[in-house]
Design a protein around this ligand. Sequence first.
Ligand SMILES: Cc1cc2nc3c(=O)[nH]c(=O)nc-3n(C[C@H](O)[C@H](O)[C@H](O)COP(=O)(O)OP(=O)(O)OC[C@H]3O[C@@H](n4cnc5c(N)ncnc54)[C@H](O)[C@@H]3O)c2cc1C
Length: 349
Amino acid sequence: MQLNVLKNYPLSELTTFKIGGAARFYVKAESTDSVYDSIDFAKQHGVPFYVLGGGSNLLVSDKGYDGVIIHMSNTETETRTDGESVYKTCGAGVVWDNFVSECVNENLFGVECLSGIPGTVGASPVQNIGAYGQSVDNLISEVTALDATTGDIVKFSNADCKFSYRKSFFNSEGFGQYIIVSVKYILKRTGKPNVKYHDLEKYFLKNANITLQEVRTAILKIREYKGMLQMEGFRGFKCAGSFFKNPVVSAAHFDNISDIINAAASARNWYWPIANSSEVKVSAACLIENCFGKGFRTGRVGLSPNHTLAIVNYDDATFDEVMDFAKQIEDTVYERFKVTLDREVQILR
Ligand SMILES: Cc1cc2nc3c(=O)[nH]c(=O)nc-3n(C[C@H](O)[C@H](O)[C@H](O)COP(=O)(O)OP(=O)(O)OC[C@H]3O[C@@H](n4cnc5c(N)ncnc54)[C@H](O)[C@@H]3O)c2cc1C
């Protein structure tokens, strides 16, 4: 197969931040073979490679990338029904929300709350995407990946993926080695739509007969209100979703933070005790707002006024401007709360 390698390919339009220079080499990989050949090409040219999905969790340097960008674009899907369960295996390049929309249209339960998350199927296990009370660790039965070091195809069971909050084997030990080529999800033919999350409970009040399509519509509306959509016809910001993760702290540290957080802030949902542990997950947005207020902005970069965890490129900001802004947030939160904010967004430079 002849590999179509493009040179000096602009990356900014391939990311939701709309920031970044050009890739020295770019391949639109529409099959597992072309992923394999792209890795081979990178080895022959003595350059690194980087896997790109929808670019919705990525901030790319203005200097671009001196290697091969492998843009996952394989979109074959297969459906198998086994009693109450429906197994859908999707190519890594399938647009995540197209998959969700298809499941909702087929009245399959389990993925409805993940409506409107930008990006691809291939990236869904990487940071174990989650929203509104659902996450993919409860849906994935198998991940198929190409081992870039050996060229072998490897199957990962759910347990092999080592899922936790915004974490998996693929963005930790396995990062850079395994390229996900397809993901198999299990959906259910019967069930109850998941509306436990407080925003959804508020939206539906006590309405007991809600359809999956109504949950999807509600989530898209809530996401649009928060500026957390990247869909044609909906209002959104140039950003990569939440820039920071919610930190997990010890019980003693939590007490110190509580003393600093003011009473008004503590009236809202700003922490979540972790089951079977003395640790507590704290809302990063609450810590940031305590330091900066809502919608803090410096020049062309700022916090989203509707979703504090999102850093927004307001007007052709540079990579450095975003990084400097993020550092200011991190340093100030650390100074006040002694909490290190980990980044959810991946940086490519
Ligand atoms: C407006 C907005 C809202 C968002 N809301 C949410 C949310 O509610 N919940 C949530 O969890 N996330 C959310 N995100 C973050 C983002 O959508 C997810 O992380 C998504 O899974 C990224 O997919 P992608 O295809 O765009 O990945 P990319 O940004 O292209 O890549 C992200 C990382 O995954 C790696 N990667 C991508 N594909 C593969 C592959 N096939 N194999 C191996 N590695 C791969 C890349 O190398 C990179 O390190 C949001 C982002 C935006 C812009």
